[in-house]
Ligand binder design. Sequence first.
Ligand code: Q46
Ligand code: ZN
Length: 324
Amino acid sequence: MKCRSCRQPAVVDVRRHNAGFCAKCFVRHCRDQVERAISDHDMIPVGGTVLVAVSGGKDSLALWDILLDLGYRADGLYLGLGIGDYSDESGRRARAFAAHRRARLVEVDLPADAGFDIPAGARAARRAPCSACGLSKRHLFNAAAVEGGYDVVATGHNLDDEAAVLMGNVLRWDLAYLGRQRPVLDGGGGFARKVKPLIRLGERETAAYCVIRGIDYIVDECPMSAGNKHLGYKEALNRIEARSPGAKAAFYFGFLDRVADLVAGEAQSEREGLHPCPGCGSPTVADVCAFCKLAARAGGHPPVPAAAAPEGDAEDAPAVRGPG
Ligand code: Q46
Ligand code: ZN
């Protein structure tokens, strides 16, 4: 197979596009896809600051790398979740990448800063680990972005992730979740603007991107992911995709084009009645926010402001400009 762009031998094939790419053109393809997602959905304001949620995995490191190369002012945020060796290894990757790119990494460590870890939180709250973890991550990303004054939080959700979440939401016809399943969630009222610039790339592509770019990412799955329903949805979609290349993209982008607006109203109502949580100040509709409840049950407390690293930390990072 030859590279679609330059006709040199291809090293990566993307069946969904019925195309192969040489290493150089593949990197450009990935950047183009991210740039297109950002512009199609007005994800990042011109000159805006971005906080990239970095897990040490392929998606978030590829995203951070691409945003930096596109000229965005993008810092990373790493959350230490206290999941044994997995957290140690993923933190090491995130720090190594930040040092290599001379980029700023903000860190929040759940055990040190909030007094509990995800395994303890899940046990205490009798929740599935991914449920306690997802809740904590959403809360801490948001708090760090608001406190740090970032314009946007960017997460590494890719096409496979979004299609799997969509499948789960459709199987349950969960209209509130479908209404929120957008590549951009507006900020305001104590919420940071959240964007997903990798929606046009599959996970095979982000892995190939990291290999070509020499980015060392954590390959192991999180040990607490067993039983996560999304893994089952991903497998089902992969079987469909193997028979019908492009089916996953058609499913997800068809939803965005034809259905998302119809169900958007289902989510908006959830923002009514918000007030600051007395424990941590984050917006909530309950007496106390879900994160503070989880922390209290697990014997912890809300963390001190997350993005509190002194300005001087970024002193030797190169000056970067927002695009345009
Ligand atoms: S880190 Fe957390 Fe994931 Fe591990 S416990 Fe589940 S949600 S699987 S992305
Ligand atoms: Zn709270």
